[in-house]
Design a protein around this ligand. Structure first.
Ligand code: FUB
Ligand code: ZN
Length: 632
């Protein structure tokens, strides 16, 4: 296991324009507007528990399930995101809103500590009877993460106290004892929250409970069978048909294929990686590595979207990666970032940081609009104009996953051990890190991801020997580095360049990462991408979008194999971006008249293809978009 630990986002200041803009947007627009939406959609009201409860806002689907059962989680996630925002800037209005929510939760909590507003409001007698579907522990997980974040941001512990009472009840209820339930949640999440609570309190019982839930998953006799029978149902009538859906088809250590619901899978693998590190558990680590290989080799979109299918919000067969119908839920890419970061701390290997970065720039950021108030739930790689960013969703899970990620993004930039600091991402940050030799101020300056020129000022309080490790991304084929102007030999170990020397105030490292525009091809088994090419530069995946093509359908463009790819700095687009341009052709349809088929190919016209970063698509209205461009 590696000795590196992440440096918490609160200690990392974002100075670079790219992330500063996203963070400011989230602080000033996303967090307040999300609170307003929680109010408008009845989610805040659902904490008030009137008797009798009001009619459902979201009618049950055809297997009797309503998303209202996990509204508590949406509130918890908003508090978590808002608390991360408070760690950047205190805000009396947001704090008053959180306090009002805590008032409601305090009133709602049952005398024994139970706190689930769906069950308390509607069917208090049925608590813990449907862990498979009804998200009770998932809700607690998100609320608990919110309470921890709020405590860390403000020092106020009322919400945390409420939830610690609930956790104590859960610990009493679940476990190996003869009078305990041997169950676990159908939607993983509680495990991650318990591990966070363990980090906060040092109370080992929280870690043990997380480990219990993970190890119990998939044990026989199957818990979800037993509880279905107890509800008077036949387990074979399970609407999802298979426990692969919740990764409980077999014990987690035996799992070697990534299956089922994508967000559930990613949260579970994140918890497994956490437990592998905390418990030095090589079995769990091995399982994580096997699952990692499987997803990376056969199931991930180039954008790092995960889970092509809407039916199970998740995975299908290997290489099944359709573009226009891709589900690729924003939450799944956010959760992949959680998992990748944990893998990176099991082994400091750039292959994990590469995926983390890819998911951050392409999978997760896409979910949040430029204005900070519109979202994508699914992230297709092609559109015929049918996709549109929405201001809210009746299942708003992705909204707060986007905001909590951006509000805490500084936490993914670097890690430290006792005598080394590792930079994983670049983009303009400053932070003070305490090493065993003393405090060192690091100031990283760059306009990454637009440029690969990075400068890092290293200022120890007194001269000291330690290592600075710089990630050279897997996409970069030519890199150079220097300390105070003297070149450093580019010997990489697992994707990192190590500069181990005695540093003194005023030292500066420069890193040049060549960042040419590139064509990327898919494995031939990915039928959807056959004969097509994707464009990338640095960590960014690009796409063609309608406004840059005079309203023509972007699917009509062809990129000749030998066409040069040029980069252009476009101050006029999205406050300044780098676009990719190439000369190609466009198929014309004006001479087809009423023919649907004919013996001669379409007439073509020379045409310029302009590609923008994928994460920016659909900020200028719906229309055609294409990631995988036909070559020819
Ligand atoms: O079930 C809770 C959340 O809602 C899941 O993580 C998402 O996939 C959506 O179904
Ligand atoms: Zn989601």
């Amino acid at each position: 296991m590696s000795e590196f630990r992440p440096i918490g986002f609160a200690g990392v200041r974002l100075d670079g324009q790219f992330w500063r803009e996203r963070l400011d947007t989230v602080l000033t627009r996303t967090i307040p507007s999300q609170h307003a939406k929680l109010g408008e959609h009845g989610i805040l009201e659902s904490l008030e528990l009137p008797d009798p409860p009001p009619p459902l806002r979201n009618p049950p689907n055809d297997h009797g399930f309503t998303v209202q059962v996990f509204w508590d989680s949406d509130v918890g996630k908003w508090i978590e995101a808002a608390s991360y925002a408070l760690s950047h800037r205190r805000n009396a209005d947001i704090e008053a809103k959180i306090e009002a929510i805590i008032d409601d939760l305090e009133k709602a909590q049952a005398p024994d500590g139970y706190l689930n507003c769906w069950y308390l409001d509607r069917e208090p007698q049925n608590r813990w009877t449907n862990l498979r579907d009804n998200h009770e522990l998932y809700n607690l997980g998100h609320m608990l993460e919110g309470a921890i974040a709020y405590f860390l941001a403000t020092g106020r512990r009322r919400y945390l106290d409420i939830l610690e009472r609930y956790v104590a009840l859960v610990r009493e209820t679940f476990g190996p004892g003869p009078n305990q339930k041997h169950g676990y949640c159908g939607h993983q999440e509680i495990e991650l929250a318990l591990i966070r609570l363990y980090h906060l309190t040092g109370d080992r019982r929280h870690l043990d409970l997380a480990a219990y839930f993970i190890d119990q998953r998939g044990a026989q006799p199957h818990y979800f069978d037993a509880e279905a029978i107890a509800r008077g149902e036949n387990p074979r009538d399970y609407w999802a048909k298979t426990y692969e859906y919740s990764q409980s088809h077999k014990p987690v250590r035996e799992q070697d294929k990534v299956v089922g619901h994508a967000v559930r899978a990613m949260y579970m693998y994140s918890a497994m990686a956490d437990l592998a590190a905390e418990l030095n558990d090589s079995g769990l680590k091995r399982a994580c590595e096997t699952l990692w290989k499987d997803v990376i080799a056969t199931k991930i979109y180039i954008t790092s979207g995960l889970g092509p299918a809407a039916a199970n919000e998740g995975f299908t067969e290997d290489f099944d990666l359709p573009n226009e119908t891709a589900y690729a839920e924003t939450c799944a890419s956010v959760a992949l970032i959680f998992w990748a970061q944990r893998m990176l701390h099991l082994d400091l290997d750039g292959k994990y940081a590469d995926v983390l970065e890819q998911a951050l720039f392409n999978g997760a950021l896409t979910g949040l609009s430029r204005d900070g108030e519109h979202y994508f739930y699914s992230n297709p790689l092609e559109s015929n104009g049918q996709h549109t960013r929405w201001a809210w969703h009746n299942c708003p899970c992705c909204t707060m996953n986007a905001s909590r990620l951006v509000a805490s993004v500084g936490g993914y930039f670097l890690s430290a051990s006792a005598n080394a600091v590792a930079f994983h991402l670049y983009g303009g940050i400053s932070t003070a890190v305490t090493l065993e030799t003393g405090v060192v101020q690091f100031t990283e300056t760059s306009s990454y991801p637009w440029s690969g020129s990075v400068k890092i000022a290293v200022d120890p309080e007194r001269p000291a020997r330690f290592a600075v490790k710089l990630r050279v991304p897997g996409w970069c084929r030519d890199a150079s580095a220097a300390v105070n102007g003297t070149a450093v030999p580019m010997t990489l170990e697992h994707g990192y360049l190590t500069i181990d020397r005695t540093w003194q105030a005023g030292d500066a490292v420069t890193l040049e990462l060549e960042m040419p525009a590139e064509r990327i091809y898919a494995h031939p088994a990915v039928r959807a991408d056959s004969g097509r090419v994707a464009l990338k530069r640095g960590p960014l995946v690009y796409c063609l979008e309608h406004p840059d093509h005079a309203g023509h359908r972007v699917q009509d463009y062809r990129l000749p194999r030998r066409a040069d790819l040029k980069t252009a700095t476009r101050a006029d687009l999205f406050d300044g971006i780098v676009t990719l341009e190439a000369e190609g052709i466009r198929l014309e349809e004006d001479d087809w008249l009423d023919h649907l088929y004919r013996a001669s190919p379409p007439r073509t016209e020379p045409a310029t293809l302009t590609a923008i970063p994928y994460y920016l698509w659909n900020n200028r209205g719906p229309g055609t978009m294409l990631v995988w461009v036909p070559e020819g």
